[in-house]
Design a protein around this ligand. Sequence first.
Ligand code: AMP
Length: 287
Amino acid sequence: MLRIALPNKGRLAEKALDLFETAGLKAEFSSQRALLAQLGPDFQAIFVRAADIPEFIADGAADVGVTGADLVAESGREVEELLDLGFGRCRLALAVPETSEIRHPADIPAGARIATSFPGITRSFFEAMGVEVEIAPVSGATEIAPHLGVADLIVDLVSTGSTLRVNRLREVVTILESTARVVVNPAALQDPERKQTIEELVTALESVLRARARRYLMANVPKARLEEVRAVLPGINGPTIVEVADDGAWVAAHAVVDANRVYQTIARLKALGAEGILVTRIERLMP
Ligand code: AMP
């Protein structure tokens, strides 16, 4: 039995559980607020804070985990990233009060005081720049620090930038881009049996991510326009063409298409005389 560490609450928790469930690994809790759950036949899930997950993986308390790339980097622990899950997208940015004259990192003077809940990443960033700064570690509400005179700058997570604007702060530079990742203890990959189970898990999760970005499209098209339809519906290996039980003038074309191109594809098919167009979600897609 392998152990998976999943975020117990916060921005990543629900999406992680949902992804596993779609991949066929539904969490079976033994009680309402359980910190443990069975996740299919091969995995036991433990629910912990996203920030603690790199630590749990590195220590071997769990074999695999889902957490933010920012938290992995901040932990400084040796864990291996296996998959980018795409959700939980944010960036760790350096920001200054709107009135500041700092426009580039190079404008930051030695001795500047920086409030952040990412002291490790911030320290490495300034060490690489060769600028000595003072770091004020905080555990939240970082944006308020410059207004309290606690710090000159901040390093904080940003997704839309609206929190920075509300607090009259301006972004200077992105230090790190983050999304949720599947991480593993490198030692778990040394054991062939565990390695195989982990690889199967990654394949299953990847198939869900791939499927989410695609749609299955079906349309009845005039047989005479088939060549043009083929150009509109490339599919994976070209569209699947199915006979329609009529007088032979129509065929049904089926293909997997990019979700963000469905709208355009439908318009093009209609222009070719297509009818009965049907678009459905795909649960999992293995190439
Ligand atoms: P939590 O504190 O449990 O809600 O999880 C925070 C993690 O969610 C961060 O470390 C990031 O990996 C991710 N995240 C995504 N967008 C944001 C955001 N706008 N602010 C903070 N965290 C975010």
